[in-house]
Design a protein around this ligand. Structure first.
Ligand SMILES: O=c1ccn([C@@H]2O[C@H](COP(=O)(O)O)[C@@H](O)[C@H]2O)c(=O)[nH]1
Length: 230
């Protein structure tokens, strides 16, 4: 069965990332390439992972005017990635343009939108003049995302149960801020364990540092996959 684990490859170079990925097979996990690695290693590195058979989530959180985001989504889709994302705060016109830009492809990537970053709590939202609790804001942005025809959202696992009720089972929930028991929370605030996330209905968990900074990453991956298969 295909893994529900997405490993965040937050490495500073292609070499460091490849040292890590060469231990993995595509069935172990999907791989996420975000800002750090993409800026360092570029689209060729993404193509290399795709050619090796990995399902790649290109996490560049596009957030710009509709025309720019639509073009960026097309370029990203041409890399053969499995999933890509935009920022829901770009608004409905931007999300609609993004969706339209890849709709005609033979095998379009899944397109999802970031709601409220998992590093943010209510106090951080208040500083942005958002007075709602994180769930209220996530719920609002998820509704907007779904109305634009996207495949799902990035949110915290803490919001998963209510979001599944709101949006239905087919709407994908992709959740960073996942921490196995005993690991550090780092800069994440809205966190849950892999097992709790899966029990609440999350489709895919994103895990970076607890795996990539572990001395025994393969053991951590195996334990998380077991939890997700429960
Ligand atoms: O709300 C969000 C959106 C994206 N991320 C990304 O996920 C990983 C998490 O890494 P950890 O080391 O497990 O904290 C990272 O690449 C973020 O850019 C997120 O954390 N929250």
């Amino acid at each position: 069965m295909s893994s529900r684990l997405i490993i965040a490859l937050d490495f500073a170079s292609a070499e460091l990332a490849l040292n890590f990925t060469q231990q993995l097979a595509p069935q172990d996990a999907k791989l996420k390439v975000g800002f750090e690695l993409f800026v360092a290693a570029g689209p060729d590195f993404v193509r290399k992972l795709v050619d090796q058979g990995f399902e790649v989530f290109l996490d560049l959180k596009f957030h710009d005017i509709p025309n720019t985001v639509a073009a960026a989504c097309q370029s990203a889709a041409k890399l053969g990635v499995w999933m890509l994302n935009v920022h829901a705060l770009g608004g409905d016109k931007m999300m609609l343009a993004a969706r339209e830009s890849i709709a005609g492809l033979v095998k379009p990537p899944k397109l999802i939108a970031v709601t409220v970053l998992t590093s943010m709590d209510q106090a951080q939202l208040a500083k942005l003049n958002i007075s709602q609790a994180p769930f209220e804001q996530v719920s609002h942005l998820a509704a907007l995302t779904q109305a634009c025809g996207l495949d799902g959202v990035v949110c915290s696992a803490q919001e998963a149960q209510q979001l599944k009720q709101q949006c239905g089972g087919e709407f994908l929930l992709v959740t960073p801020g996942i921490r196995p028991l005993g690991s550090q929370s780092d800069d994440q605030t809205r966190i849950l364990t892999p097992l709790a996330a899966r029990q609440l209905g999350v489709d895919y968990v994103v895990v970076g540092r607890p795996i990539t900074q572990s001395k025994t990453p393969l053991a951590v991956i195996k334990a998380i996959n077991q939890d997700l298969a429960e």
